[in-house]
Design a protein around this ligand. Structure first.
Ligand SMILES: *Cc1c(COP(=O)(O)O)cnc(C)c1O
Length: 432
């Protein structure tokens, strides 16, 4: 009997009650370390020959492991590694692919901290970015690829414009150049979109957002499709001898690719970045995100429906200059192709008037919460240029119509009439 459908996996994948006192809910293994039994078993554990045993929670923890296996199953990946935040997932992925120096191609209309990191921080480590203003400007991307280009990085649905990346075409371009396509799939979540089905190689998430769905803790995860060939010579960090994988006493030499094959990339993030730099996910946080994940499909279905209603309401409101939500663009072929179940629960719009109207709108909402987060069960409102996208420079904002009049909404699970009425009354007050 096949038990591999999304709605079954999100509740059961990666967890065996019979190995856990038949506990129905995934136990929180709140411990720093695990007993090693005896020296013989200890040797096997540290060499990874006892897959169900653990030694230290920075190297792995059973509660966190369930989350990793569950997301890998939902995504159709070979394995996943969980970390303390979405930014850690992005950072470790970029370091792991371009370690020692290189170039990455990325669009400019991405999450503010990602853009800040790519523009101003990674170059200090010898990793430089070639930016594109239009994620689907394929000719420009091809022209930017150089010998030391290590990856193409995109957001499947951009924050906050909800512009859609043509993942299948981008994956084709990347693979022709012998480099992987890395996708931040935070906005849609694996329920609405699975980038591996269209050829992406690595998916990163801020699982703080829609995967958790309740805004109660930070977490991030990297998922590896396991299909990319890392042995071309472009990625020596994955093919060179790795001391901790070999055996000095027996003169055995191993690299991440020789030892782990398809899982080389994800194993290396775990064994080098999480083990050596930290930012491991805690077991309580893993428990919370697993709990949220159990209802992802029902949450997203309702949130998408409410988001469409709100986008349509805003499009007809006299105080609104423009609505940004690709979910209502019926003539957009990328929506039809990639997002049959909807584009997600985030939209933005441009308010007429000036910043005093923005302030009055925000000050007058009663159901919406004013805070910098998305994907919560609660509906959220934020002014990106003053908060989440502060780090985006003025020229980039102009290119993406991201001015001080733009408001971003993340639609939660409240009654749709209450949400629409809340916006209606706050929009009236914003201009009185
Ligand atoms: C929030 C967010 C991040 C960063 O995640 P954290 O969990 O806050 O570190 C990265 N990418 C996108 C698209 C996000 O929305």
């Amino acid at each position: 009997m096949a038990q591999d459908k999304f709605d079954t996996l999100r509740i059961h994948a990666g967890y065996k009650p019979e190995d856990n006192q038949f506990a129905s809910s995934v136990p929180i293994y709140q411990t720093a370390a695990f007993g090693l039994s005896n020296t013989e078993v200890a040797n096997e554990i540290v060499q990874g020959k006892q897959p169900n045993r653990y030694d230290y929670s920075r190297d792995g923890n059973p509660t966190v492991r369930v989350f990793e296996k569950r997301i890998a199953a939902l995504e159709g990946g070979v394995d996943a590694v969980a970390v303390g935040s979405g930014m850690s997932a992005i950072s470790y992925t970029i370091f792991n692919v371009a370690e020692g120096g290189g170039r990455i191609i990325a669009p400019t209309n991405i999450y503010g901290s990602s853009l800040d990191e790519f523009r101003n921080f990674f170059p200090k480590f010898g990793i430089d970015f070639d930016f594109i203003d239009d994620v689907n400007d394929f000719d420009r991307i091809k022209a930017l690829i150089q010998d030391d280009t290590k990856a193409i990085y995109v957001e499947s649905v951009a924050n906050p414009s909800t512009e859609i990346a043509d993942i299948e075409t981008l994956a084709g371009i990347a693979h022709n150049a012998g480099i992987p396509l890395i996708v931040d799939n935070t906005f849609p979540t694996p329920y609405l979109f699975r980038p591996f089905e269209y050829g992406a190689d690595i998916v990163v998430y801020s699982s703080t957002k829609g995967i958790n769905g309740h805004g109660n803790t930070l977490s991030g995860i990297v998922v590896d499709h396991g299909k990319f060939d890392w042995t071309s010579g472009k990625f020596p960090q994955l093919t060179e001898d790795e001391f901790t994988l070999g055996n000095e006493e027996t003169d055995d030499h191993e690299s991440f690719t020789s030892k782990f094959g398809a899982a080389a990339f994800i194993k290396r993030i775990r064994m080098k970045y999480v083990r050596l730099l930290g930012s491991n996910l805690g077991p309580i946080d893993a428990y919370l995100v697993l709990l949220g994940l159990e209802t992802i499909s029902e949450r997203l279905d309702k949130q998408v429906a409410s988001t469409i209603t709100i986008a349509k309401f805003l499009s007809t409101n006299k105080h609104v200059a423009r609505v940004y939500y690709s979910g209502i663009e019926h003539d957009n072929p990328l929506v039809t192709k990639y997002f049959p179940k909807g584009v997600g629960s985030i939209l933005s719009f441009e308010l007429k008037g000036g910043e005093t109207n923005i302030a009055k709108l925000i000050d007058n909402v009663k159901v919406f919460s004013y805070l910098p987060n998305i994907g919560d069960a609660k509906s959220l409102i934020v002014n990106p240029t003053r908060t989440t996208h502060r780090e985006v420079p003025a020229d980039v904002r102009t290119k993406h119509a991201l001015n001080n009049q733009v408001i971003r909404l993340s639609i939660g699970l409240e009654d749709i009439d209450d949400l629409v009425n809340d916006l209606k009354q706050a929009l009236e007050r914003a201009f009185n």
